[in-house]
Design a protein around this ligand. Structure first.
Ligand code: ZN
Length: 219
């Protein structure tokens, strides 16, 4: 069963909660999918049951169809954040990386019909998470991360390129959804999204920290 872990593999003493995700937080990614740049962050939720570990063998449910990756900076909530929280960044206890896996064809279909995205975004194993670095983000710092597929750099994100910064995102989210200890926030994906294939070797690296590797099983 999945538990949150620190980057050295030791378990985090927090429950596993929901994942609140941001859509279209990087202008160049919105453009690559022909989406308008939003005035407000787009929010959606993956349940705790969607989380799986980004580790050696990443087994996905092939029957669901083509999975697209979106590499994203992930924030681990350590203390409750409500709309009254004055310094929400102070309530973040760890930073890691995630893949916001998406059934893109199905999402396009649902979007066209004006239906919710859950089937395409919140399905089982749709949220592989790396271990977390023990860290509380600082609003002025730039956090960088990279994603490689079979050794080829596919995505390079920087928090300084986000349309809505981390503080703003936590404020917007907590206006609607209380964030509880063990919840995770995914902060949107930069350009370069694409499909996963069976046997892909994936690498995620936050800053200069030790990279995480996984091999995709889509059979
Ligand atoms: Zn995403």
């Amino acid at each position: 069963m999945y538990v949150h872990r620190w980057s050295d593999g030791t378990p985090v003493k927090l429950p596993v909660g929901k994942v609140v995700c941001i859509g279209r937080n990087y202008a160049e990614h919105a453009q690559e999918l022909n989406n308008p740049v939003p005035d407000n962050p787009i929010l959606f939720i993956k349940p705790a049951s969607a989380i799986t570990a980004f580790s050696k063998e990443l087994s996905l449910h092939a029957y669901l169809g083509e999975h697209h990756y979106e590499a994203e900076l992930a924030l681990l909530v350590g203390e409750t954040i409500t709309r009254d929280t004055v310094s929400p960044l102070q309530c973040i206890e760890g930073m890691g990386l995630a893949l916001d896996l998406t059934l893109r064809a199905l999402q396009s279909e649902l979007k066209a019909k004006g239906h919710p995205w859950e089937r395409a975004k919140a399905f089982d194993r749709s949220c592989p998470l790396t271990g977390f670095v023990r860290k509380t983000p600082q609003s002025k710092e730039n956090y960088e991360y990279r994603f490689w597929q079979n050794g080829e750099l596919k995505q390079h994100g920087q928090s300084s390129m986000m349309l809505f910064n981390l503080e703003k995102l936590l404020g917007e989210i907590s206006d609607y959804f209380t964030l509880e200890p063990g919840d995770v926030v995914l902060t949107g994906t930069p350009k370069g999204v694409g499909a996963l294939r069976h046997n892909d070797r994936l690498t995620l690296q936050l800053g200069e920290n030790t990279p995480f590797e996984a091999k995709v099983n889509l059979e």
